[in-house]
Design a protein around this ligand. Structure first.
Ligand code: FES
Length: 323
């Protein structure tokens, strides 16, 4: 876990981002997971007397004491506690306090596909022993994670007029970049809307600036304000429910980073890579890249075993934008 400078104070440090955040008090050997045990929103510190500097959830109001004990529902379970195994500068390694002790056993296989996310692959390489080719070590160490994304879905007790497409890209808002009307496009939501007369709306913020929205409270407040700007009639509606997904784990592709990324086949014949960070032989987005690189890794194994490879459909790998 990497220290989050936007949230940390002298008394309380925070590690991680998006929906994976831990707090660590100064001089403490124990960290708390801030994922609410109700539905996973990230709780934030509160000054309320009831919790003596504990935590409050922005989603449905659960409260926890400073040690993570539930003080008020809907959460039923305490926040999870973690032991600090080691700290190196801005990074800590944590282990769940109640987790069984895992004994390391060699894992022997004919082929290995490393399909971890970027922090995971970098951690695996930091543990590697023996000779690892220097170019590969360099390529893995320079992988970067993109700005976080947030997606919020709202349930309302009424429908509204909407003349644009049911998925519409938006610009000019601080946070929101698209709106989707789920109660018009997905069957279970259509059924729910027919039964109740309600609506289900989703807003996206892909790659927002963490500095401007360092907490989930800030994300939720801004999403809500912007939704009421986009659909003013919803101000008169009753919001029945809302859910937030907020993560910081997309691979980053800064300009110039394509040429020197790891490809699916590594220099070792039985080690392959898969994930949204792998360099691909055809243009593809993050989710397509994660899936396609896994299929390419499988094809590499099939080929080495003398078996038929699976066809992989893609856009034309050659063209004006891909020289
Ligand atoms: S109260 Fe925290 S997610 Fe519901």
């Amino acid at each position: 876990m990497t220290r989050n400078p936007l949230l940390s104070t002298e008394q309380l440090e925070y590690f991680g981002a998006g929906d994976t955040v831990y707090s660590l008090a100064a001089e403490s050997a124990e960290a708390l997971s801030l994922s609410c045990t109700h539905q996973g929103c990230i709780v934030h510190q509160t000054v309320e007397v009831q919790t003596e500097g504990g935590y409050q959830c922005p989603c449905h109001g659960a409260m926890y004491g400073a040690d993570g004990t539930v003080v008020r529902g809907p959460a039923q379970a305490n926040l999870s506690r973690f032991r600090v195994l080691q700290r190196q500068g801005d990074r800590v390694q944590l282990a769940a306090i109640d987790a069984e002790v895992v004994t390391t056993k060699p894992l022997e296989a004919d082929y290995y596909v490393f399909a971890a996310d970027i922090p995971g692959i970098q951690h695996l390489f930091s543990l590697a022993e023996g000779e690892v080719p220097a170019p590969l070590v360099r390529q893995v160490s320079q992988l970067t994670v993109a700005d976080p994304f947030a997606v919020v879905r709202f349930w309302f007790d009424r429908d509204f007029d909407w003349e644009q497409s049911n998925f519409t890209s938006l610009s000019g808002y601080r946070l929101t970049d698209s709106i989707t009307l789920y109660h018009r496009i997905q069957q279970d939501y259509i059924d729910w809307a027919e039964r109740t007369g309600g609506s289900v709306v989703e807003l996206h913020a892909y790659c927002y600036k963490e500095k401007e929205f360092p907490t989930q409270q800030a994300l939720l407040t801004t999403f809500e304000q912007e939704l009421y700007e986009i659909v003013p009639s919803l101000q008169q509606a009753t919001m029945l429910h809302r859910e937030l997904v907020n993560q910081k784990n997309f691979a980053g592709f800064p300009p110039g980073s394509h040429s020197d990324r790891p490809v699916t086949a590594s220099l070792a014949s039985n080690l392959m890579f898969a994930g949204d960070w792998v360099k691909m032989p055809f243009p593809c987005g993050l989710m397509e890249r994660a899936i396609s690189s896994g299929l390419l890794a499988a094809n590499t194994i099939l080929q080495q075993e003398g078996l038929q490879r699976r066809p992989l459909l893609s856009v034309n790998p050659q063209g004006v934008l891909n020289i």
